[in-house]
Ligand binder design. Structure first.
Ligand SMILES: O=c1ccn([C@@H]2O[C@H](COP(=O)(O)OP(=O)(O)O)[C@@H](O)[C@H]2O)c(=O)[nH]1
Ligand SMILES: O=C(O)[C@@H](COP(=O)(O)O)O[C@H]1O[C@H](CO)[C@@H](O)[C@H](O)[C@H]1O
Length: 325
């Protein structure tokens, strides 16, 4: 694993208060996508099967370009799969035209039913993707480039002890004039993780939708619902496989579609509940978030359920079999 040297290199004068495990981990387990040239990855792939998986809910404008870009990496990448989360637009059609294998969430393990949200489709992907490694990539990226995938694969193909690789990147905030993106990351996820899991304080983008992990790990973990999925997988990987099983890779810059503040409030609440369930399992917590809608001079409360049960480890699901290539 190359030591991380770039403009993001940790400034050691500012880290004295970071949890020592986090500082040590950051120094050892952080690399940049340029550390992982394509030719080296081909050499290291051997018979490891690699699936790129895109969760998609109404991503017609962006999904095809990402599929096309990921497919330029074949045969390093063995398959590009889109799991449709209930789109009402032409997401499935344009993804298929671009060369993806498309599955609708309702058609995967139908005996388990279908739940809304991102976590559900990432979980169900395990029942259709044939890879030993799954590379998750959001389908709303507006600047996808193949190095997003190769960067994430580097630490996994390099070191069998690596179980999960998180992306990080700079995040210009489109459509809004001030500051950077990653608003839930900075205002909720990282503060909560620093407080409750300080050894994870070195993870730059804990919510990144771009990450890769071994099937054997993903099959063994619960998947938190909705937008809690990344936080749950990160905490559970840390707890079951140890901090050094996680690596992170700098992919440069990433832009994506933005949701409004209220939607991000619900995302933050789901992440809070995901962490709460891991810090104090079974402890009471109010399961809804009340937001307010302003209409003609008044405000109306709108209650949103934000605490949802996890999906259990895929290996516990009757009828689940690893799909054959
Ligand atoms: O119910 C959902 C919500 C989101 N997504 C997908 O998850 C990824 C990230 O979600 P989103 O873009 O809503 O989050 P943001 O990037 O705005 O924070 C995208 O590919 C979405 O299409 C999904 O599959 N099902
Ligand atoms: O990081 C965040 O705060 C949010 C919102 O980002 P923006 O402030 O709209 O750039 O985006 C994250 O959450 C999504 C849901 O889990 C992920 O899919 C994104 O990859 C992640 O960046």
């Amino acid at each position: 694993m190359p030591l991380y040297e770039s403009s993001h290199e940790m400034d050691l004068t500012t880290v004295s208060l970071m949890h020592p495990d986090a500082a040590d981990w950051f120094a050892k387990r952080t690399s940049a996508w340029r550390d992982w040239p394509l030719a080296d990855l081909y050499d290291r792939k051997g018979d490891t099967r690699i699936s790129v998986v895109l969760p998609a809910l109404d991503e017609e404008p962006t999904v095809a370009e990402i599929v096309t870009g990921a497919r330029t990496l074949m045969p390093l990448v063995d398959e590009v799969i889109v799991v449709d989360s209930g789109s009402v637009d032409r997401t499935a059609e344009v993804a298929r035209q671009a060369g993806a294998t498309v599955h609708h969430r309702d058609d995967i393990l139908p005996g388990t039913g279908s739940r809304p949200g991102k976590g559900e489709v990432l979980w169900k992907a395990l029942a259709v993707a044939t890879g030993d490694i799954l590379v998750y990539v959001d389908a709303d990226l507006t600047d996808f480039r193949p190095h997003f995938v190769t960067g994430l694969l580097g630490p996994l193909l390099d070191d069998p002890a690596t179980q999960m690789v998180k992306a990080f990147y700079d995040r210009p905030l489109l459509d809004v004039s001030a500051g950077g993106g990653g608003r839930v990351t900075e205002l909720a996820a990282r503060p909560l993780l620093n407080a409750y899991f300080p050894a994870l304080a070195g993870v730059v983008q804990p919510l990144a939708g771009e990450y890769a992990a071994r099937r054997s790990l993903l099959e063994s973990l619960p998947f938190a619902a909705g937008y809690g999925v990344e936080t749950g997988l990160l905490i559970d990987t840390y707890r079951t496989a140890g901090l050094d099983a996680v690596a992170q890779v700098d992919l440069g810059q990433r832009t994506h579609g933005h949701q409004d503040t209220a939607a991000l409030g619900r995302m933050a609440a789901t992440i809070l509940h995901t962490i709460h369930a891991r810090v104090t399992p079974g402890a009471p917590v109010w399961p809804t978030l009340t937001q307010f809608v302003r209409r003609t001079g008044t405000v109306t409360p709108a209650d949103h359920p934000v605490a949802h049960p996890d999906r259990p480890p895929m290996t516990t699901i009757p009828g689940y079999q690893r799909p054959l290539a």
